[in-house]
Write a protein that binds this ligand. Structure first.
Ligand code: NAD
Length: 365
């Protein structure tokens, strides 16, 4: 299979690179971080994680020896502001000069909250495929409302990808987290600020992740497959960091923030339907995606991939009710955001209804 910038519009683009160093190697979470800290001139590191990730984070902390000033295992989904406040207080009390976040998007989100408040540099050690480590986007949740923003200070300065860490990620979460990564690449392909480089990263990220997931589900302990999935996650996360996301990410954000539905599963259910909605307006993105997925019908291929590997197929399965859909449609259409196809509340409701029922996604002709 070959990828190409034939799918790219050359009418003009901007691409910005940020100073991030990536180390990718099995075992790197316990071998690479002291050197990463040294390169950044850091001597007093606070390690943060969620409570499930404490064993891995403890190994990271041990590898740092005297340069670790504490381990704080309080990360939770969507970074509640009170958790961020407490962790910032812990970092200040310990005199930390940097932070290492070990875990999924929730742990890295907590590390970003510390960076946002204190300016401390962040080293990220991801254990899922969510991609937050490659973006300057932060999120904080207060009184049930999640605020997000972009600030270069929260972009991790060093990212340590260790496929060994992902071996413990259960297959269902690996599948939905992998599709969460694919969603970044999909929306990057039709983002207003896409570029030839983003297009290539997106195509290769989709190919690597979509190719790895069936093998991963069959043999979750295979390190080569885990490495390929993590490589795909890196590329898809880079696409997320480089572009502005559209309707799909907006819907997932509102659904997660309003109803607390699980992040990766929501992405997984919705993606084929939003893609089918946008498809008629973005022929180049669809051609790129079809090539990367080796299909003529990317929305259906994405849904077949997810459902074939046991992922939930409908928003109803995630516990939403039909009444919730109207609330989401109103919230989503009340705000300005980038999407290639114009969106009315009625359109959003159509997409949500199809996803709620788990129908076959169909591209409008
Ligand atoms: P998560 O970090 O909450 O992890 C999901 C679950 O998997 C948790 O229970 C966690 O303990 C467990 N887990 C993580 N790694 C594991 C492993 N290796 N083995 C076993 N269990 C493991 O979820 P996520 O999907 O990684 O991230 C979602 C969060 O990240 C959301 O809040 C989302 O908004 C945010 N996010 C932010 C960005 C950004 O750019 N700011 C990008 C993507 C996601």
């Amino acid at each position: 299979m070959t990828f190409s910038t034939d799918f790219t519009d050359f009418t003009g683009f901007v691409y910005e690179t940020r100073p991030v160093r990536v180390v990718f190697r099995p075992g790197a979470s316990v071998t690479a971080i002291p050197e990463e800290a040294q390169r950044l001139g850091l001597r007093r590191l606070l390690v943060v994680c969620g409570n499930r990730g404490e064993t891995d984070a403890r190994a990271v902390a041990d590898s740092l020896g005297d340069t670790c000033v504490g381990l704080h295992a309080e990360a939770r989904m969507h970074v509640p502001v009170e958790v961020a406040d407490r962790t910032v207080a812990v970092a200040r009390a310990a005199g930390a000069d940097g932070c290492v976040a070990v875990g999924g998007g929730s742990a890295i989100g907590l590390g970003k909250a510390i960076a946002l408040r204190t300016g401390l540099p962040l080293i990220a050690v991801p254990s899922t495929y969510a991609g937050s480590e490659m973006t300057p986007v932060w999120g904080l949740t207060e009184h049930g409302v999640k605020r997000t923003g972009r600030d270069p200070v929260v972009q991790p300065r060093s990212v340590v990808y260790d496929p060994d860490l992902t071996l413990s990620l259960p297959v269902p979460l690996s599948v939905t987290s992998g599709i969460n990564a694919l969603a970044h690449a999909v929306e990057a392909l039709y983002a207003p600020d896409t570029s030839p480089l983003v297009s290539l990263m997106a195509q290769e990220g989709v190919r690597a992740m979509a190719g790895a997931l069936p093998r991963l589900a069959a043999e979750p302990a295979d390190l080569d497959t885990r490495s390929r999935a993590l490589y795909g996650a890196w590329l898809c996360g880079s696409c997320l960091g480089a572009t502005t996301m559209g309707l799909h990410h907006k819907l997932c954000h509102v659904l997660g923030g309003t109803f607390g539905v699980p992040h990766a599963e929501t992405h997984t259910v919705l993606l084929p339907y939003v893609l089918a909605y946008n498809a008629p307006t973005v022929p180049q993105a669809m051609a790129a995606l079809n090539a990367a997925l080796d299909t003529q019908d990317a929305p259906r291929a994405l849904r077949d991939l997810a459902v074939g590997l046991g992922a939930p197929r409908s928003l109803a399965e995630l516990g939403l009710t039909e009444g919730d859909l109207t609330v989401v449609a109103e919230r989503v259409t009340g705000n300005q955001y980038a999407n290639p196809r114009p969106v009315t509340a009625e359109d959003v409701l159509g997409v949500l209804r199809a996803a709620y029922e788990g129908r076959e996604p169909t591209v409008p002709s």
